[in-house]
Design a protein around this ligand. Sequence first.
Ligand SMILES: [Zn+2]
Length: 466
Amino acid sequence: MKLAFHGAARTVTGSKHLVTLSNGKKFLLDCGMFQGMGKETESFNRHWGFNPAEVDYVFLSHAHVDHSGLLPKLVKDGFKGTIYATPATIDIIKVLLLDSAFIQKQDITFMNKKRIEEGRKLLEPLYTEEDVNRTFDHLKPVHYHQAVEVNENICLQFFDGGHIIGSATVFLTLTEKGKKFTLAFSGDVGRYGDPILHSPQTFPQADYIIIESTYGDKLHDRIDTYSEDLLKNIQETCLHKKGKLIIPAFSVGRTQELLYALNDLELDGVLPPIKYYVDSPMSIKVTEIVKHHTECFNRSVQKLMRNDADPFQFRGLHYITDKRESQALNADYKPSVIISASGMAEAGRVKHHIANSIENWRNTILITGYCEPHSLGARLKLRPETVGIFGMQYNVKANIVTLNSMSAHADYNDLCQYLSCQDQNEVKRVFIVHGEPDVQVEFKRRLLKKGFKDIEIPELHQEFGL
Ligand SMILES: [Zn+2]
């Protein structure tokens, strides 16, 4: 068997690992899009490093675009096989992939206008809406724990990864020349004690493990303080300073966590009586999907729902889909909380809200998740004196706060706990993926200390014989 890493290798984006069995069958673990890699992003996304027409199956860990976003291109480039994912993941990627095609169409139309004037060759999107719709025909739902005989050599099981709804550890039992062995792929690992989701589940003993390492060198703040942290920021910004609290948030995961926390504060009778907006059509669609996948909720949410049927809705909350309504918020100076995508503030309506409020000391920008090093979110985290947005320089007068208690990614304690179901002596090799290089080196050091022996940090397109 061969294992090759065609993404998320010494970086946190483009998750894509190809397994080739000795009988020639090939499958992909994830098929993620590269994002935020600067000028090279485009070329990373156009060059697979393998032939998509030769891939027989895809096993998808979760819906985030950096894990699923190139599926339509895979289909466009000749993939004819089956894509296995949990039911919640399937519902969410349907929305995310259509959105991705739409954004590409918009961007390409804009860029080509200029190219026509300059007489240059026109650009093409990675894929279109038609490619996305054709991708849907390849999707096959698999519930957590259900053992699926993919073919006579591959048995698949998903275990809840606790990262976003539908997220999974992909566990495979493979038969090679009459011998059985096991491979576990973590996808992204969630945190223990998440307010909404189950904690990451244990999985059977694996011979080979591919594990993410986004926060392999960090300890997060305690998860149970984030409601308090959020309340403190609302009080300081909206009640004391009469300003706006702008929260860039991923449509999948973070937005629902914020809504759940705000609903919780309302149930406790402490939520300040101001306006709360979710200003992102995508976040609204995803929140609707999340509400229907109650199987992904942990016991405390299920218990709460016996008395509060919709734990993501509370007094004062308004959903904004209309663009004009969104723009109207700019001229509204009343204290409010605006939750808007994207989470790294690289795109989407939140960028406009930040540009509009950054020069006012009354306002706060609250960063709640991981930000790619070059993203606007990451630049703001450094609290610069000025910042460039849409080609303009703005003075940073607003308060910039980072909430570390809200990460959807495991920190190194969580990652070690995640691996604690494994006997280190039985594990033949560990591959560390999905992390910044120096973080991965640190995580490797910690895993060696825990007793894991053969640990690799693969480079992009590096292949290993197992
Ligand atoms: Zn993820």
